[in-house]
Ligand binder design. Structure first.
Ligand SMILES: [Zn+2]
Ligand SMILES: [Zn+2]
Length: 346
């Protein structure tokens, strides 16, 4: 029977509609249409370094001759540098400001076909290090109120290039989605003096039915109010509001968890399109007129990564109502993903 579900961190309803008991094979896909892109014409491949805008970060390879990860400004940036915010009113009713921000591309490997799910921990760790380095650097700019890290894999997930990469966009506002979750977390903390996200994680661990893994300092599960089949979240087990404060063990742990999470999905479903998105603290720099705005953030917010396989289409009903029909109960998603067997060499 279909169920209406609402999670604790937002006001969104989700319809879980298992109908005739969907199986992973219903979602399996072979390859992506980006597969025709060749390394010889790829600006992200080793040997093409001078075809990108000048890099803002490089992780040198162990022999010092090449690189493991590069970060470059996006040639087709969604937001960019301006000298002023340029806030103004339009028609007395709309608000406008310049597209102030930054848009960077994290080139995850010099190798065109190296996907994170097939990497070793040594290969994936420099990606995590690059994320932390760039987020820290962008957070130093007081104009950037939020820094979003995300990955689009596959054409259906919004990727236009096959070469493994993720993106970072700094915005001059805190996005509504983030603001809503911050407010709910703050409200919960004021009532209970506990972190909402820690409480959710403890409840999920206690139940166990949606847990995919609990390892290396992280817990991965299918959210109770999953909008999409095989949707997952990855939480650091130790409370922290800020992704950039991870120590060496946590960075290594996250590298392993990301590898295994993608590997599980790809073992079960093939080379599916997916997005992952980091949810972390907004820029804590105090702004005029907002004293005390972020004072409880370190206690009430909890950073995490959301992984969304793009197996179903968002259509009129979802756009019109803001809630989703999910044909795969998260309890089933978790069970299938938990049972994936793969070499435990990572
Ligand atoms: Zn390439
Ligand atoms: Zn917490």
């Amino acid at each position: 029977m279909p169920e209406l579900r609402r999670g604790a961190t937002n006001h969104r309803w989700v319809i879980v509609a298992p109908e005739r008991g969907r199986r992973p094979s219903d979602f399996e896909q072979k390859g992506t249409e980006l597969a025709h892109q060749e390394p010889a014409n790829c600006v992200f491949c080793a040997g093409h370094e001078n075809e990108t805008p000048p890099e803002v970060y490089r992780s040198p390879s162990s022999d010092g001759q090449s690189w493991d990860v590069r970060v470059v400004p996006n040639k087709f940036a969604a937001l960019q540098h301006y000298d002023e915010l340029g806030r103004e009113s339009v028609l007395g009713i709309y608000d406008q400001m310049n597209g102030v921000g930054a848009h960077e591309v994290v080139i995850e490997s010099p190798d065109h076909c190296s996907q994170i799910g097939d990497m070793t921990q040594q290969q994936a760790l420099p990606i995590v290090e690059a994320y932390i380095h760039r987020l820290k650097a962008l957070m130093e700019n007081p104009w950037f109120r939020y820094v979003l890290l995300f990955k689009n894999h596959g054409k259906e997930a919004g990727a236009s290039l096959l070469h493994p990469h993720s993106q970072i966009i700094a915005t001059p506002i805190v996005p509504q989605e983030v603001r809503e979750s911050l407010n709910i977390a703050k409200d919960y903390y004021e009532r209970k003096e506990r972190c909402l996200f820690c409480d959710i994680m403890l409840a999920e661990l206690k139940s166990g039915e949606r847990i995919v893994e609990d390892a290396d300092g992280f817990v991965t599960w299918a959210p109770y109010d999953s909008r999409f089949p095989f949707e997952l979240v990855i939480y650091p087990k130790q409370h922290s509001h800020d992704f950039t404060t991870m120590d060496a063990d946590q960075r290594a742990g996250l590298a392993s968890v990301l590898i295994r999470t993608i590997k599980r999905l790809q073992t079960l479903l093939g080379d599916i399109p997916y997005n992952f998105v980091l949810k972390t603290t907004p820029n804590p720099i105090v702004r005029p007129g907002k004293p005390g705005y972020w004072t409880t953030l370190a206690y009430d917010y909890h950073w995490r990564i959301a992984v969304m396989p793009r197996l179903t289409r968002v259509a009129g009903f979802e756009w019109g109502t803001g809630f989703y029909i999910n044909p795969m109960p998260p309890e089933s998603s978790a069970k299938y993903l938990r049972e994936v067997e793969f070499p435990s060499s990572h």
